[in-house]
Design a protein around this ligand. Structure first.
Ligand SMILES: [Zn+2]
Ligand SMILES: [Zn+2]
Length: 360
């Protein structure tokens, strides 16, 4: 079939609307008509060429849609189901899956590449998905059924940003009631960390950013203290306010200096969790002596160590009950061909999430 899609032809080039060819789903795959797609920072990374050279790209990986067709052998989801897409559908056979650690799956399920440009070039995907287009073909395991009554713009965000932030707290760090938390970077992932910390009953949640607007957002999502890092040394302020540092610091930016600040804000024996996707060339220099004597654990959390089939239903129910605020993450709804303006707004820190609403 022929569908409209936003194609990026070269690193740094603008995404432009093109007619794209989409092949039907093969065995184990499903065709999904998209209802809503969030615009994530990882899309911007890929667009700029930081993730590889699979140009031309058809990006987009945080989405909810409706199944329109299923390939041979698919038992679920079914035609007509509303589904949230995900990019970790464990294969079940790699070395990590067989030992019971599917979070580290080496070859998560993914459909074969099914999209081509009008001039016949195979379109690159991001994280095994393409969703800046009206329809997409994914592996059945990448499409998890969700209630059609819930806002697609809200549930789409569970597929990446929310799972990444909330999961870093609940799955990676396993924050306990009464813990103290600091979050560096208050975009969609950072405020999802804040929501996770609130759900985990952290006693104090420090939000750190350079943009006053983001600090206001952080407070509205549950931060108890906000620190403008352009005005003061955030690690010093956090250590002083807590009498020694927080139990958990989350870095949701992906820069060496914020990793250093997050580490320096941990208490003795605390934990620093790196969530922000770094530039491939970024390196961190640490005082080995300080690291040794601080007894801090440093770890990374990729996609919130989530298992979508386990976690997405939980996050959906937390949203339905009002405990997880997702509608408030949607700063603006846009049309598919407004994607480029959403990238600009994201770069300038003006939005938490822009969501493409295919009903507009
Ligand atoms: Zn696997
Ligand atoms: Zn993402």
């Amino acid at each position: 079939m022929k569908i409209p899609g936003m194609v990026v032809r070269a690193p740094g080039a603008a995404a432009t609307l093109e007619e794209v060819t989409l092949d039907p789903p093969g065995p184990g795959e499903v065709l999904v008509r998209l209802l809503a797609t969030g615009v994530c920072h990882s899309d911007l990374h890929a667009k700029l060429g930081n993730f590889g050279t699979e140009f031309p790209y058809l990006l987009g990986h945080e989405a909810t849609g409706v199944v329109e067709q299923v390939g041979d052998g698919v038992t679920r989801p079914a035609v007509g189901d509303t589904v949230m897409l995900n990019w970790r559908a464990p294969c079940g056979t790699c070395r990590y899956c067989v030992v019971g650690n599917p979070v580290y799956c080496l070859k998560p399920e993914s459909a074969r590449t099914r999209t081509r440009t009008g001039d016949g070039k195979v379109l690159g995907r991001i994280l095994g998905l393409s969703a800046f287009c009206t329809h997409t073909v994914v592996a059945a395991g990448q499409a998890l059924a969700v209630s059609a009554e819930l806002s697609p713009a809200a549930t789409a965000l569970i597929g990446c940003g929310v799972a990444t932030g909330v999961g870093a707290v609940l799955n990676t760090a396993r924050v306990r009631p009464g813990a103290t938390v600091a979050v560096f970077g208050c975009g969609a992932v950072g405020v999802s960390v804040i929501q996770g910390a609130r759900l985990a009953h952290a006693s104090r949640i420090f939000a750190v950013d350079l943009v006053p607007r983001k600090l206001e957002w952080a407070r509205s999502f549950g931060a108890t203290d906000v620190i403008d890092a352009s005005q003061s040394d955030p690690a010093k302020a956090i250590r002083s306010a807590t009498g020694g540092g927080v139990t958990h610091a989350f870095e949701a930016v992906g820069l060496p200096q914020t990793v250093a600040q997050a580490l320096a804000s941990c208490e003795l024996g605390g934990e620093c969790v790196i969530i922000g996707v770094p530039n491939p060339k970024a390196e961190v220099t640490l005082s080995l002596s300080r690291l040794f004597f601080s007894r801090v654990t440093v770890r990374s959390s990729h996609y919130g160590d989530c298992l979508p089939a386990r976690d997405f239903p939980l996050y959906t129910e937390l949203y339905r009950s009002g405990a997880l605020q997702l509608d408030q993450l949607v700063s603006q709804r846009i049309r598919l061909d407004d994607l480029e303006s959403a990238f600009t707004a994201m770069s300038q820190g003006e939005v938490l999430r822009s969501v493409i609403d295919f009903s507009l």
